[in-house]
Design a protein around this ligand. Sequence first.
Ligand code: SF4
Length: 398
Amino acid sequence: MRKLGIYVQVPFCQTKCTYCNFHTGVVASSRFAPYVEAVCREIREHRELLRAAGVGSEIDGKAHSQNWLCHEAVVDTCYIGGGTPSLLDRSHLQNILDAVRSTFVAQLAEVTLEADPETVEAEKAAAWVAAGINRVSFGLQSFVDQELIAAGRMHRRADIYRAVPILRAAGIRNISFDLIAGLPHQTKESWRQSLDELAGLAPEHVSVYLLEIDEGSRLGKELLQGGGKYSAGAVPSEDVMAEFYEMAQEGLGAAGYHHYEISNWAKRGFESKHNLKYWRREPYLGFGAGAHSFSGTERWANAHDAAAYVTALQGGRLPVEQHETLTAESALEEELFLGLRQLDGIDVGRIEREYGVTLAGKFDPLALAGLVKRDGSMVRLAPERLSVSNEVFVELIR
Ligand code: SF4
């Protein structure tokens, strides 16, 4: 049976980070229960809702022998992300996972909850484990209070040191930390401090993201229009961010982490099973406002607005906003762009056979420039040039 991933989007936060303009809202907690009910309904009735929305419309056609909708798939990973899903009541999370288990054939090997450190309490953590959550992805971003304050985060360094032992005591054996390189006020010394403190807490998995500032965010507007409220003047340059990335490569490698994707490191065996599905183009179903899905042949996404999503589900309708049946050309682009994010690289021979194309012309100049490495039919990004990997992706779409 084919494996299927489930993603559940919880678009609520306690506060808005200065750099973020995601479709997440700071709302009254009374909005959580109707949202969770809508998500559970979407999970339980997904086949009927998707058919009515015109998604998976080729389900009865022969063309869909590859489509997961034709088969019973086994759900082996579930990822509850956001937003800040750890804000939800423990019963909400239990209800979501119960809906997954009662709707799908579920053999859940990895169930991840995104959490912010200040939301972790012993009773909640015990309930998460009882509900089946076995992995927590922590949005730490930094161990330096000045950086956390400037970014508008709710937690402080002390919250991280309070939360991690609570999770360990509750039985969570798989913890991932997110760090952001390029926060306002970050220096080489403070970045080194964050990397060192992270290594001291020994999470099983680490994600390092370069700061992306949405133009519509408060920090983005200040960068464009000037001002001093959100520390736009203290955002490190792109060159410094690239140095931070290289420091992370070196420091995390020395601390025993295996670099397996551009932004992700793990102790062996703790690579994110769920996120690997995205880069390997394996099927996943997304539930909730703004959630994206991929069937193998089609991609679609739900409407972003959480209130509109709840109203639609209460009326028995799925508000699908984007729906695309992939052409061979776009599927090939995905193979290259998503596949190359993994440091093991891509099997160009397989891709050439599957898509009837020749890719040597694209990769030869990149190999000559030292940006990619070839090993038989495998091509991978050069590990020492990862901080400029964008150059590879730009060349590939020329
Ligand atoms: S917690 Fe995440 S989603 Fe929420 S405002 Fe901050 S960056 Fe955006």
